[in-house]
Design a protein around this ligand. Structure first.
Ligand code: IVH
Length: 669
């Protein structure tokens, strides 16, 4: 158990670092395949130890931020990602777990579709007319690429009369291998692969450039619509085809048991297909079952992507460098002799942490084997030829500030103890504070934060709001001018009001990512209530600490990190300074405002016709908090067959009890 816990922590730290590198710094440090492998291993541990899930915040993130320059469009329903599997046994287990989730009997009927290696797109039709297109972006908000999509000649601009009044259709924009080769041959700029070429061509601010490039589109998924289009995914695809969309001709209805054969077949055909694919997507055919399965975190429960294995190469490890992160973590990375892996030039690979270097016994001067999938920095698999160098000695001092770097007994990560005296940590925190999911301040990226920190203007997050007082000086700095300086000030001014959930996230407290911030915001409602509870919660056994521990999803480790933040004098000082600069808005429950369960505490007891995980997920989607035991704080108890002591207690306390049918009626399903 403690081994699993340690390993999970290590995995989560890596995933978190990878998320930050990819989403916040736009500079991925590990490959898609490696990222997937980390997530898979973490999920496997969580499957065995569900009690550890509360610590698994890092698993909930998705997507990349929309680029500046494009108008942003908010997706009516989020565009999410897919869970990955890599082997037959995993595939089988994926579907078994969904059977358990729903209490579904028998094999699943699936639609298997090639997983196109392009970029996902959302197409909106209103009154049967094409009105807009958006990229996925971070899943919640994408870029408005309507003008660019209109350059696709085959895109249906008008749907037939029987199409719903409003419908959003999702699909993949891609470039064929032939068009990619022709494009690279015709221009100086070389794209690494067809996916980059498709993305680079679609995301042109000047749509006339897109028009000159050949990009294509396969439609494959539903967004929102004003009326149902089909009862099964197969039928939906056929409808799309009838409406004039390109639908992948290899998509096929198969019983779950045929998954492996289909996967192998596509694997063989892969090289001969006119476009790149990186796996196969398997989706539940029955749309009613899809909607019951719903979503968890970043992915639907009704589909998985079975990915192909990654590509490999060998090269020389030239140096090991150390980077210092927001929480002081020292992360090693390998500088490599540039090598082409599957068409992409690779110069760095992550080494994760001290133990990993030891485990792989990699030394400067070794020839190492790498693996990558996608256009990101790859993973080192191992040494293929030793260069006879010395074993690497991990620094015990921070390479940036020189403070002692220590490793707690149960931690895989060595951390700089410099805290706020370490420039690297301060700058990383500032970057996080301004990042898109936090204060989302335009123009306050990595370079700007470094520059203004070096200028002595920024000591803590609250100082960001004093930057406009330096506007005249900023305008005179190299690379700046009156326009960009004024824009920066305006960007800062625009963010003086912020929702509680973003505010909590922005503070960069260890283990408080987007999801946990949301849980806390929903629970406490206001900044004042949250802060008071965190300060009071420092005392173990206090009511405030017990309340914190009772929030579904917030476990002891998270609670400890939270209250520890409020014990530090400098954090309280920063909070007080922030209170003078910004107004934190109370949290409104994200769940349907008119849901009778929004903000309510619920308990399920007894046997229900739907499996417990489904019931819990349904209630949570409607804004409820589901707890295990009945107390005065419980608002509803849903009572199934053979309910025992919980129902009795609910009756004693006079808590509203619902039958399963009443719950369904109120929940509207
Ligand atoms: S269905 C809720 N079907 O893969 C997500 N996705 O790894 C529904 N992709 O973001 C997506 N081919 O960009 C689906 N036939 C296919 C796909 C496909 C490629 C991409 C898509 C998605 C990503 C997830």
């Amino acid at each position: 158990m403690s081994n699993s816990k340690n390993r999970l922590e290590e995995l989560l730290a890596r995933i978190e670092a990878a998320n930050a590198a990819y989403h916040e710094h736009d500079a991925p440090e590990i490959t898609d395949a490696e990222y997937d492998a980390l997530r898979r291993e973490a999920e496997a541990i969580l499957a065995e130890h569900p009690e550890l899930r509360e610590d698994a915040e890092a698993l909930a993130q998705v997507g990349a931020k929309p680029a500046a320059g494009f108008k942003k469009l908010r997706h009516r329903t989020p565009m999410l990602s897919l869970d990955n599997v890599f082997a037959a046994e995993e595939f089988a287990e994926f579907w078994r777990s969904k059977s358990r989730f729903l209490g579904h009997e028998g094999a699943w009927e699936l639609v298997a579709e090639p997983k196109i290696d392009g970029l996902s797109i959302s197409l909106t039709y209103q009154g049967q007319k094409f009105v807009r297109a958006a990229t996925r972006g971070d899943g919640a908000e994408g870029e408005d690429v309507t003008a660019n999509i209109l350059t696709l000649r085959d895109l249906p601009r008008q749907l037939p009369e029987d199409a719903p009044e409003f419908i959003e259709i999702r699909g993949e924009v891609y470039m064929t291998k032939a068009d990619f080769l022709a494009l690279n041959a015709a221009q100086e700029r070389q794209f690494a692969n067809p996916r980059n070429a498709a993305a680079g061509s679609l995301r042109q601010l000047d749509a006339s450039i897109t028009a000159k490039r050949k990009i294509s589109l396969f439609a494959y998924a539903q967004g929102e619509s004003s009326a149902p289009v089909a009862a099964t995914h197969c039928e939906y695809l056929q409808t799309l085809k009838r409406w004039g969309f390109d639908v992948n001709p290899l998509s096929k209805l198969i019983p779950e048991g045929d998954g492996e054969a289909f996967q192998n077949g596509i694997g063989v055909a892969r090289g001969t297909l006119p476009y790149d694919i990186d796996g196969v997507v398997y989706k539940v055919n029955d749309l009613a079952l899809q909607s019951r399965l719903g979503f968890v975190g970043r992915a639907p429960r009704w589909a998985c992507a079975w990915k192909f294995p990654a590509e490999k190469a060998t090269t020389l490890l030239e140096a090991i460098e150390i980077q210092v992160g927001r929480t002081g973590a020292l992360t090693p990375r390998a500088k490599l002799a540039p090598v082409n892996v599957g068409g992409v030039l690779v110069t760095y690979a992550t080494l994760h942490n001290e133990d990993e270097i030891g485990r792989k016994n990699v030394r400067v001067g070794d020839v190492v084997e790498l693996q990558r999938a996608g256009d990101v920095i790859p993973q080192i698999l191992g040494v293929v030829k030793s260069g006879g160098g010395e074993a690497y000695v991990f620094p015990d001092h921070c390479p940036v500030c020189g403070s002692l770097a220590v490793r707690a007994d149960d931690d895989v990560v060595r951390r700089c103890t410099g805290g706020l005296s370490c420039p690297a940590q301060v700058v990383e925190r500032l970057i996080h504070f301004c990042s898109r999911l936090a204060f989302d301040i335009e123009g306050c990226g990595e370079k700007t934060m470094q520059e203004f920190y070096a200028a002595g203007w920024l000591h803590n997050a609250a100082d960001i709001f004093t930057l406009p007082t330096h506007e005249a000086e900023i305008a005179k700095r190299e690379g700046w001018g009156p326009v960009s300086a004024a824009k920066l000030s305006a960007g800062i001014a625009a963010r003086r009001e912020i929702g509680l959930e973003r505010f909590i996230y922005a503070l960069g407290i260890r283990r408080i990512g987007e999801n946990n911030a949301k849980l806390l915001a929903r629970h406490y409602g206001s900044y004042a209530a949250w802060k008071a509870a965190m300060i009071a919660g420092a005392e173990i056994g206090s009511d405030a600490r017990l309340e914190l521990g009772s929030i579904s999803g917030i476990g002891p480790a998270i609670a400890t990190d939270l209250v520890a933040f409020f014990v530090e004098e400098h954090n309280l000082h920063t909070l007080a300074a922030l209170e003078r600069e910004v107004r934190v808005l109370d949290a409104v429950s994200a769940a349907a405002v008119d849901s009778p369960f929004a903000g309510k505490v619920m308990v399920f007891t007894g046997t229900l016709t739907m499996a417990r995980p489904e019931a819990k997920a349904r209630a949570e989607t409607l804004g409820a908090k589901v707890t295990e035991s009945v107390s005065k704080k419980t608002d509803f108890v849903v009572v199934g067959e053979d309910a025992g002591s919980k129902a009795k207690k609910a009756a004693e306390l006079g808590i509203r009890m619902l039958t399963e049918q009443e719950f369904r009626d109120l929940a509207g399903f």
